[in-house]
Design a protein around this ligand. Structure first.
Ligand code: HEM
Length: 845
């Protein structure tokens, strides 16, 4: 044990050591202390960003993103609630959702390096050569080297200029294809039908393939196999795999996606391997000539890559062959982006709708009217005269609507003196066949309005009145209805939509097919009951039975979303079809498989509904009362929220009518510009595009409203950082909702309107190259898309050539179905058939 003296000596060490040493020691300690304070990590008092509500254990918010609605729309709705920066959980991963340009700027400038990684995904292992595809590879030397090769050798202005002939030839061929089709089938009022989605798809794929491997898509021997692999690739790159979100479930491979990905990856590899072998053979045969770097400037990308990586060298453990294949493959994938961008453009080129009165565009009522316009569109399809594409659901929706109106009528007959509300929105439905069938003479009163495709304000006294167009379909002509339905089914059978297939299968498998068809397509099943039973049922409904039918029994019509596929598989429906009274309630109240499907199909509309509700609030109508509907000018029904959802179900994605008036103008203006700059004697050349200022503005406006990758490509933070004053830990995924920030009302006046002029006036300095954070369709920062110039060249030339060469309209001058697929790129969900008429002399084609 130490004595007291020893202890004192020990603690009085300075007294026993050299004073110079003490001074040095003190100085060193002071410096170290200073450095520590300078570089120590500040103890942060920052909070994490808010987390969106609605998370479930384990899966987090995934269930919210898994609906039929594209994730960017769901996330945009969440941003309205939680603000421009919030987080969600995608299984075990946390994702930061950014919806404002200011915060996006912070992510891609101050924190760009921190967010320079891309997250891992099962698909990339199997279909992107295990991250050798540099667009998906982690930030680091391999990515840097490959990015340099691609930007300098493949996508440089010089190289793109050298390959200009490929774009021109392919666009010309595609235009000639349409012209020849018109020439061969010119029996439809001088117009021919073209599936634009396919047209643009084939065009962009041909351009891409020729530039990559010098081949045309249609020339491939294993054309079908090649197409299938590419189709699968597009689909699988956008597929959600549970193993990505919850890695410990990966081994289960739920849904078998991983197996599919492996298979597709192999198929694609075989395709690329074959092309690579061909290139190597040509190189050998020509003694290195054709693939020699100093050789032909016009050689394809595979040739260029082969001459750059012509030894057995490896970069970051990937061999040369893998690198070449993985650098060429993304082009095929990227075609989907071009296709997506062209979706919006095709739509802009073809939409039709009566333009709204400009002075109304600011008014909240415009939104309501827009929604009502949707109802009119549904009714129009349901009338049986317009059944062109997979519109059958609309038809059924219309059927449902009428049925509901009739139910309402029956109800109201019970207390017919219901009167007109003084505080509600009143819609006059002109479903005339319903009226006729029920023997209601009010029809004549409104028949004059049938041609009126517009919305009118009525008497102030009765609140806001709106007249809907509802063209009259065949009245109670069952055979005709069946025919219409069968025609629709045939059309739909040729489509690839799963929903439609399911629908068709269900319909055709049903025991009593004819009845099923009848009830599926009949616009007015309830009315048919009335008709079948003659006046008895009708009058029962209206008079004696009124008491029974009123109240709760009919209220159910407002309680379930979308039972418009009512008759499927329902025994009650069959009973009801036979006219048994009293079954109405059961039919309406039953759970039907159709409900389930329809409900998910209706999801997108819920967002629009919220908008409508907001508008109601703005005009002072109580939203919780829904809308008062005045049928036939006398009967009023209250439509509650679920009912409205059902009624306008299906068509949210048909953008509100406000868009369209301007689109028509824009289209004309593009054509005028083309005529002035190119004339009508020849086709457009790439060299013309620089003079087509308005066309460029149209493309920018399209990329603003419909960015091809609405959530950009995900990034992941490799270190802790601070965004928007919040602490973001390493390993957080970053999803920037470009679609949402492109519609920021603080930046863009009337953000939902299609107004290319803004890029010639108020926003004339805004470019898409990543300098302006208000508009970043190609991303920004160090991982910005390197394909911007190439994409713009293809889009501009293709659109200019199409609009210069043809007048383009939709089949029935109906609005375009702008719903998007749920996938990596923002593709239109359905095909887009348009009618085209040549506008140049024959020699020009
Ligand atoms: C309209 C068409 C296109 C759009 C809208 C688009 C958009 C984008 C976006 C948003 C990103 C993510 C940028 C970021 O993380 O900040 C991206 C990345 C990328 N794009 Fe594009 N792209 C298009 C066409 C193309 C084409 C045609 C090519 C190839 C020729 C291409 C090549 C790439 C590559 C390689 C990356 C990954 C870059 C990296 O991670 O370093 N893109 N693109």
């Amino acid at each position: 044990m130490l004595s007291e003296q020893q202890l004192t000596m020990a603690f009085n060490l300075p007294y026993v050591v050299n004073p110079a040493a003490t001074a040095i020691l003190t100085t060193v300690l002071a410096v170290l202390l200073f450095l520590y304070y300078l570089f120590r990590k500040p103890k942060t008092s920052l909070r994490p960003p808010p987390e969106a509500g609605g998370a479930w254990p384990v899966i987090g918010h995934l269930h919210l993103l898994a609906g039929s609605q594209p994730p960017h729309i769901t996330l945009a709705n969440m941003a309205d609630k939680y603000g421009p920066i919030f987080t969600i959980r995608m299984g075990v991963h946390r994702a930061l959702i950014v919806s404002s340009w200011e915060i996006a700027k912070e992510c891609f400038t101050t924190n760009d390096k921190a967010f320079a990684n891309r997250p891992k995904a099962v698909a990339l292992e199997h279909m992107a050569y295990n991250y050798a595809m540099f667009g998906f590879s982690p930030y680091g030397p391999y990515w840097r080297q490959l990015r340099k090769i691609v930007t300098l050798e493949l996508l440089s202005n010089h190289r793109l200029q050298m390959l200009c002939h490929v774009r021109q030839e392919e666009v010309k061929t595609a235009i000639r294809d349409i012209y020849q089709k018109w020439n061969n089938n010119n029996n439809n009022n001088n117009r021919v039908e073209v599936d634009m989605k396919k047209w643009f798809g084939d065009l962009t794929l041909n351009v891409a393939l020729r530039m990559i491997v010098g081949k045309r898509y249609v020339e491939e021997e294993n054309d079908e196999q090649c197409k299938r692999a590419i189709r699968k690739f597009f689909k699988l790159t956008g597929t959600f795999v549970l193993g990505d979100a919850i890695p410990y479930l990966r081994c289960l491979d739920l849904g078998g996606y991983e197996r599919d990905m492996k298979r597709t990856g192999n198929e694609l590899d075989q395709m690329l391997e074959k092309w690579l072998e061909e290139h190597k053979r040509i190189k050998r045969d020509s003694g290195g000539g054709i693939c020699n770097r100093k050789d032909d400037d016009r050689k394809d990308f595979m040739g260029v890559m082969l001459s750059i990586l012509d030894g057995p060298e490896e970069i970051s453990s990937y061999d040369a062959d893998t690198i070449i294949k993985s650098t060429c493959l993304p082009w095929i994938w990227l075609v989907s982006k071009l296709l997506a961008a062209s979706s919006g453009i095709r739509a802009s080129a073809t939409l039709r709708w009566p333009p709204p009165a400009t002075e109304e565009s600011e008014h909240p009522l415009t939104k309501i009217k827009g929604a009502i316009g949707q109802v009119a569109a549904i009714a129009k399809c349901a009338s049986g005269e317009v059944v062109s594409r997979p519109r059958r659901q609309l038809m059924v929706a219309g059927a449902f609507l009428r049925q509901r109106c009739l139910a309402a009528q029956a109800k109201e007959n019970a207390d017919l003196e219901g009167g007109v509300p003084t505080d509600g929105l009143i819609l006059h439905h002109l479903f005339t066949d319903g009226v006729t069938n029920c023997g209601n003479t009010v029809q004549e009163e409104f028949v004059d309005h049938l041609e009126v495709a517009k919305i009118e304000e009525l008497d102030d006294q009765i609140g806001l009145g709106v007249v809907l167009e509802a063209p009259c379909g065949p009245t109670n002509q069952v055979d005709e209805e069946i025919e219409t339905f069968e025609a629709a089914t045939q059309v739909e059978e040729s489509q690839e939509s799963d929903v439609v297939q399911t629908f068709v299968e269900k319909t055709t498998n049903y025991e009593d097919a004819e009845k099923e068809l009848y009830f599926s397509c009949s616009p007015i099943p309830l009315c048919s009951v009335i008709e079948e039973e003659g006046e008895v049922v009708g009058s029962q409904l209206r008079d004696e039975q009124a008491d029974k039918i009123q109240g709760d029994e009919l209220e159910i019509s407002t309680n379930s979303i979308g039972y418009n596929l009512l008759p499927f598989g329902s025994k009650q429906a069959a009973r009801w079809a036979n006219g048994s009274e009293g079954t109405l309630k059961h039919v309406h109240g039953d759970f039907l498989m159709g409900d389930f499907e329809t409900k998910s199909a209706a999801q997108p509309l819920i967002a629009s509904l919220q908008e409508i509700e907001t508008s109601f609030a703005q005009v002072g109508t109580k939203t919780n009362q829904g809308i008062s509907v005045l049928l036939h000018g006398t009967i009023e029904i209250q439509l509650e929220k679920p009912t409205i959802e059902s009624i306008i179900f299906e068509d949210l994605a048909v953008k509100p009518p406000i868009l369209v008036g301007q689109l028509v103008d824009s289209l004309r203006r593009v054509q005028q510009e083309l005529d002035e700059n190119v004339g009508r004697e020849r086709q457009v050349r790439e060299s013309d595009v620089k003079n087509l200022i308005y066309l460029q503005a149209v493309i920018k406006e399209t990329l603003r409203l419909y960015p091809a990758g609405p959530l950009l490509a995900p990034r992941e933070s490799s270190e802790d950082c601070t965004v928007g004053g919040y602490q973001i830990p390493a390993g957080t995924r970053l999803l920037v909702n470009a679609s949402k920030l492109h519609r920021d009302p603080n930046v863009w006046s009337d953000p939902l309107e299609f107004r290319p002029e803004r890029f010639l006036t108020t926003h004339k300095d805004v470019e898409v190259g990543g300098q302006n954070f208000e508009m970043i369709p190609f991303g920004t920062g160090r991982r910005i898309c390197p394909g911007i110039s190439f994409s713009l060249q293809v889009l501009q030339l293709a659109l200019a050539s199409l609009l210069h060469g043809f007048e383009v309209t939709t089949l029935f001058d109906e609005p375009i179905d702008m719903r998007e697929t749920v996938g990596l790129s923002n593709l239109l969900a359905s095909s887009l058939d348009v009618l085209v008429t040549p506008r140049l002399p024959t020699e020009a084609y």
